[in-house]
Design a protein around this ligand. Sequence first.
Ligand code: F3S
Length: 350
Amino acid sequence: MRPLRLAGSADVSSAQRRMALDCLRYLTFALCAQCGRDVRAPSGCCLAIPVLTLSEVLRDFDYGSIMEVLLADEFGFCFGVERAVEMVEDALEVGAPVRTLGPLIHNTQEMKRLEGEGVSTIEAPAEVGEDEIAVIRAHGVTPLVQIQLEQRAALVVDATCPFVTRVQRLAERAAKEGRHVVVAGSPDHPEMIGVVGYAPSNTFVVSDAGEVAKLPPLHAPLVVSQTTLKLQTFLEVAEAVRAKADAEPQVVNTICSATRDRQDAARALAGLVDVFYIIGGKHSSNSIKLLAVCKEQCERSFLIETDGEINPEDLAGVDRVGVTAGASTPNWLIDQVVTRLREIGNRKPN
Ligand code: F3S
């Protein structure tokens, strides 16, 4: 290790702190200029300066010169998306071309990375070749589409999120019992199209409680939800269905907590930081919602896709910066942003 010499200084305490920080940063140790002893020795040096432990140094240090980068408690890939990406990576090991029905993930950078590894997107089952691997993404598909893929592809990898599979199975079972199914969600969303395919004659998809009034009389209905819906909308739909049903409806809350968990974690951090970066696609609805949540308490919140969009001028004089990421943002993009922020924030003490 390279020893540092403590230069004679009236403000020994300040110099000592600075040196201890340098010790941390460069893995060196510090010697007193007077007695030659390590200034961090438990008994102190000849100047009888009370010696600080490194943790005390960091706690007491003027953080105006070092920017803290704080990550929200929940951020980035949700369970279903992470699982789908891992399944695609496993499929690549087989060595055949991998085709996902619809974009696997709403993140341009991650899609480019996967394309570089041999993954491409198709819009219909007819596009998959007999020597190719077809992937069903986390949103799921109808049983008919699944059969079409199985008839054409060499192999079908079903990456439907298990939380979506649960909704499909509930709808299928209720329909087999001759009951109606009301799903609260967006009728055009791929997840909803897939669920309807499991009970096409019995299922109604409604965006809100107002649409329930237009439905025919409902028999012993099951009420479920799109996994990403707001709880309030679901509860209102369930109440409206109750008024139209010939029996007490079976209400099953199938909302996934991933979106809410990320928003709650961002909300908890937003009041503690000066600047907040939300990493995610500019058109990703869950990232846009995260931005809105952060802005409630941290006006200087920015939605960025990559570290290249960080403007160091936005961080001048900033003590604490928060970071979160949408459910489609991969860890490698988050790591790049955090590394860049630490580079910018690692300002040396004056
Ligand atoms: Fe699944 Fe929830 Fe993600 S339903 S795909 S874990 S948002």
